[in-house]
Design a binder for this molecule. Structure first.
Ligand code: PLP
Length: 447
């Protein structure tokens, strides 16, 4: 009898995160100061981040101990199960074996608490009373408000106005955790007030919400800022998933041939694949497949260059795959994948040929989500469904006996509006032309 769920015991949960930085054959390009365009002095970040996280951002230490108070909260939902998707295999008619790492079992319903808990902890340690952040679709705001409550901290979430109006449920969860959520642009910050003066009905954008949260942190001594993806320390915290997968596959007597994850800012994908980098650099045959929307094709069509992380050009310049910080992706339903840039670490290993990227349209992604749901029973987030679509295609191409593992980054129970649009046939499949990309990339700083 084949085992379906491969569960680790709490004692076998990893106690260290894996930092890939010291293992990279050539080093990551440093972040640059947005004004001087010289490598950023670490203390420039201290207004918005705690020292411990700035240290992790640049750490040369391969293994980083997870403090016990973080492990204790992880244990509310970790280790998460690795599940054999046998019924999906049968539905596809593949002889490959498909597993998924189920991160939707966290309280917030996604992988994001893995870093939210760690970030709240290190801030608390340094006497921070409140965290400010932005959220688009609301997943990150949910995770951070949960994490702040665990450490008795306050949480202020700037939520992009159009999502705030269209998707009230995430805001309700954030408030129930005790967080405060404001539609962005808000009148709480000078950049928000400027925007409201120009356009009182502005729907906002993620870039603007970032600017508001950063301003809130920089102008309040007891408040710092937290980011849910992209940065090295975020990807570091997410390696708990790949480290668990390694142990779970060993328990099942399996070796992975292909690892698959969707990419927005790159944190769930990086968390899954980076613990396999040493083997991969050693020449072991294991494929890393990153999946993105055709409407925001950062890895498949972007440029590897220094760019700003936000529209207001306030953040440090990061060397990454980017579509240009002024790129405004069409309003697709996988809100978590609508980011113009990409984790510098994931970008770096992609640049060195370690990552295969694939891009898909919304309708084919929702077709895959429905096939998965009808076979396995669970309703995936639209973001996650990108990884599912690629996994199904890979399984159809695979040799018999190949092992494919994908990261199930979140459930879709609060994305029913998107499923409704799909079922009605209302989803647009917008192709992104080379001319539009060239236009968007014009805004990258020339260095
Ligand atoms: C935020 C989110 C993503 C994308 O973010 P990454 O940093 O690329 O992982 C993917 N899936 C879900 C469910 C999310 O909430």
């Amino acid at each position: 009898m084949d085992q379906i769920k491969i569960n680790l015991s709490e004692q076998d949960m990893p106690r260290q995160w894996y930092n890939v930085l010291p293992d990279l054959a050539d080093p990551l390009a440093p972040p640059l100061d947005p004004e001087t365009r010289k490598p950023l002095a670490p203390d420039r970040l201290e207004a918005i981040f705690p020292k411990a996280l700035i240290e992790q951002e640049m750490s040369a230490q391969r293994w980083i101990d997870i403090p016990e108070p973080i492990l204790e909260i992880y244990r509310l939902f970790r280790p998460s199960p690795l599940v054999r998707a046998r019924r999906l295999e049968q539905a596809i008619g593949t002889k490959a074996r498909i597993y998924y790492k189920n991160e939707s079992v966290s309280p917030a319903g996604s992988h994001k608490p893995n870093t939210a808990i760690a970030q709240a902890y290190y801030n608390k340690q340094e006497g921070v009373r409140r965290l400010a952040t932005e959220t688009g679709a609301g997943q990150w705001g949910t995770a951070l408000s949960f994490a702040c409550k665990m450490f008795d901290m306050e949480c202020t979430v700037y939520m992009v106005r159009c999502s705030y109006d269209q998707k009230p449920y995430r805001g309700i969860i954030i408030r129930t955790y005790g967080g405060d959520v404001y539609p962005s642009p808000s009148s709480r910050t000078s950049i928000g007030r400027q925007m409201l003066e120009k356009d009182p009905d502005s729907g906002g954008s993620l870039g603007l919400a970032i600017s508001e949260a950063v301003e809130d942190a920089a102008t309040h001594g007891d408040t710092k800022y937290a980011l849910g993806s992209v940065l090295n320390h975020v990807v570091l915290h997410q390696t708990i998933t790949g480290l668990e997968v390694k142990k779970q596959l060993e328990m099942a007597g399996e070796k992975p041939d292909i690892l698959v994850g969707c990419v927005g800012g790159g944190s769930n994908f990086g968390g899954l694949v980076l613990p396999y980098m040493p083997e991969k650099m050693d020449g072991q045959k294991i494929r890393f497949v990153a999946v993105e929307p055709q409407a925001c094709p950062t890895l498949t069509k972007g440029r590897f260059a220094y760019d700003f992380g936000d529209m207001a050009r306030q953040t440090p310049l990061l060397k990454m795959y980017t579509l240009g910080h002024a790129y405004f992706p069409p309003p697709i339903h996988a809100g978590g994948l609508r980011y113009h840039g990409e984790s510098p670490i994931v970008s770096h290993i992609a640049r060195h040929g370690f990552v295969e990227a694939r891009a898909y349209f919304q309708n084919e992604v929702f077709d895959a989500a429905r096939l998965f749901m009808q076979a396995e029973g669970f309703l995936p987030a639209p973001e996650t469904s990108h990884a599912i679509k690629a996994t199904i295609d890979l399984a159809r191409e695979a040799e018999p006996g190949q092992v494919i593992v994908f990261l199930y980054s979140g459930h879709g129970l609060l994305d029913l509006g998107s499923y409704d649009a799909y079922l009605r046939g209302d989803l647009q499949d917008k192709a992104f032309t080379d001319d539009e990309i060239a236009e968007a990339l014009k805004d990258c700083p020339q260095l």
